[in-house]
Design a protein around this ligand. Structure first.
Ligand code: CIZ
Ligand code: SF4
Length: 322
């Protein structure tokens, strides 16, 4: 056997061993999930293997609502910190585990409760709308929450002319254009992942694929949003691609979404708008992290009751307008 053939054989053996190790880990996670009376949920931005083991994959609010409705005592939330907190806000009686305790969201960290209290003093007549990508403490200081799916409806539902919108300036900018009769005060927050995509890069990719539709998340820069054929949340992008007659799409949101898009639509082609669309925090969670969290019942999320109950009110108000 020549050296090339020997190397090829070794590679195949290694990948068979790896597949076996992954299968064993998946089996152990499933056993622990049953032993601990747990449900595992994964955000659309998680790595493929983690999405595949989850009982449900979706956006942060859909997952939190699902967790509240399933009769399980433990929730393993494969996502970032604010998402696991949202699950705890809706299900205080359940144990919520975040498999990687350092998986945070830099955008959510761009505003604290003290900052928001100060801003409220400067704009006493404004209603405070906070994007779900925020801490429980910030939600507790807000009048109402929104997601990227319902931000426009939430703001239209409010009687106030002035809206203090936190923390995402890009989503806020998008909403401001859709609801021109309101004065939207923006916070200087943004998603480091979506913000990395420029209009130049977007125009170049569009020019290379003139037959594709461009679907982008409103966390992208306004000049990128301007170039899109469709703007929406992860769920809205997934639904749009499934029902569209088009065959080819450029996806302007975090790359994890491609897994579901490709699985659900085998006859369609999906390209990532930019190699920058990778959220490092979302990629921290591995199968091993899920196993460790369940095995040791580690990384429990706690939200103090006085904060939780006020944050719950902001989330419940959002639900009431739907
Ligand atoms: O709310 C979510 O899950 C996020 C962060 C994005 C989206 O559009 O689903
Ligand atoms: Fe936060 Fe952006 Fe990562 Fe979403 S993609 S968790 S907004 S940093």
């Amino acid at each position: 056997m020549g050296p090339d053939l020997a190397a090829q054989k070794l590679n195949i053996q290694n990948s068979v061993a790896q597949d076996q190790a992954t299968q064993d880990l998946v089996a152990q996670i499933k056993r622990l999930r049953a032993d601990r009376d747990a449900v595992i949920v994964a955000h659309n931005y998680q790595i493929d293997e983690v999405q595949d083991i989850a009982d449900k994959v979706g956006d942060s609010f859909a997952l939190s609502s699902y967790c509240a409705s399933v009769p399980k005592s433990v929730i393993v939330f494969c996502g970032v910190h604010f998402m696991a907190e949202s699950a705890k806000i809706l299900s205080p009686e359940k144990t919520v585990l975040l498999p990687e305790k350092d998986a945070g969201c830099p955008m959510a960290d761009m505003i604290g409760a003290d900052d928001l209290r100060e801003a409220k003093k400067e704009h006493p007549g404004a209603a405070v709308v906070c994007y779900i990508n925020s801490s429980a403490a910030v939600k507790a200081e807000s009048d109402i929450c929104c997601t990227s799916s319902n931000a426009v409806d939430v703001i239209r539902s409010l009687p106030n002319k002035e809206i203090l919108f936190v923390p995402d300036k890009n989503l806020g900018h998008y909403v401001a254009r859709e609801v021109p009769d309101k004065r939207i005060i923006l916070w200087e927050g943004f998603c480091i992942t979506h913000q990395g995509v420029s209009a130049d890069e977007t125009m170049r990719v569009k020019a290379m694929h003139p037959d594709a539709l461009l679907l982008v998340h409103p966390e992208c820069r306004p000049e990128v949003v301007d170039l899109a054929d469709f703007v929406g949340s992860t769920k809205q992008i997934i639904d749009y691609a499934a029902s569209s007659k088009a065959r080819k799409f450029i996806i302007g949101t975090e790359m994890g979404v491609l897994h579901k898009l490709k699985t659900d639509n085998p006859g369609k082609q999906f390209l990532l708008l930019s190699g920058r669309l990778v959220c490092p925090n979302m990629k921290k969670t591995r199968l091993k992290s899920v196993y460790n969290a369940l095995d040791g019942m580690r990384n429990r999320i706690e939200v103090e009751e006085s904060v939780r109950s006020r944050a719950y009110t902001a989330l419940a108000r959002m639900l009431a307008i739907k």
